[in-house]
Design a protein around this ligand. Structure first.
Ligand SMILES: Nc1ncnc2c1ncn2[C@@H]1O[C@H](COP(=O)(O)OP(=O)(O)OP(=O)(O)O)[C@@H](O)[C@H]1O
Ligand SMILES: O=C(O)C1=C[C@@H](O)[C@@H](O)[C@H](O)C1
Ligand SMILES: [Mg+2]
Length: 170
């Protein structure tokens, strides 16, 4: 099993944390696409949105993911909005194993304070608007090979469930 494992889901569901645990267990490389874009641009995501605009970020995100999903032995953690683009969904479903990480809104809300400063799409929104975005976004994450509900699981347990799935699949 050497195919790239792609983690998708809303901001803060645990893609980076779980992705790192998963990569360590599988001895795969871990790449977070937000971090990759930030390193290339030498700017934080919030500043990329502010200076260059969201459309610029989305284009960069598409180019970055299209290239990285072709790698082997990699866990790829996507930005929370990446699956808004059909081209990204298609390439990930074709070339990778797509795992959707899911969390209830109640569970997610507990992480909100940590996420707010660094997530441009949450800034300036009321809790009601954020909840609406949370539910509206769920449709795009339904393009996947496997969904894991993470509310009652530690990152290690989620990683183990993903490993069980990918080993069975191959
Ligand atoms: N299974 C879990 N149980 C408890 N806390 C978790 C779990 N997974 C992640 N967390 C915590 O939730 C927060 C958000 O996690 P993380 O940064 O990995 O999310 P993300 O999906 O990568 O977010 P983003 O899309 O915004 O980059 C972190 O503080 C992390 O420690
Ligand atoms: O959900 C989103 O639209 C985003 C999520 C983050 O991971 C970043 O990719 C960026 O802040 C946009
Ligand atoms: Mg992340």
């Amino acid at each position: 099993m050497d195919q790239t494992i792609v983690l998708v889901g809303f901001m803060g569901v645990g893609k980076t944390t779980i992705g790192q645990a998963l990569a360590r267990k599988l001895d795969f490389q871990f790449i977070d696409t937000d971090q990759r874009i930030e390193a290339e641009m030498g700017m934080q995501t919030t500043d990329i949105f502010r200076v260059h605009g969201e459309a610029f970020f989305r284009q960069k995100e598409k180019e970055t993911i299209t290239q990285l999903v072709k790698k082997k032995k990699t866990v790829l953690s996507l930005g929370g909005g990446a699956f808004l683009q059909a081209a990204i969904r298609d390439t990930c479903l074709q070339d990778g194993i797509v795992i959707c990480l899911s969390l209830s809104f109640d569970g997610w809300k507990e992480r909100l304070d940590d996420l707010l400063p660094t997530r441009p799409v949450l800034q300036g929104k009321s809790l009601v608007e954020i909840e609406e975005l949370f539910y509206n976004r769920q449709a795009i994450y339904q393009s996947h090979h496997k969904k894991v509900v993470t509310d009652a699981l530690t990152p290690e347990e989620v990683a183990d469930e993903i490993i069980e799935f990918v080993l069975k699949k191959n």
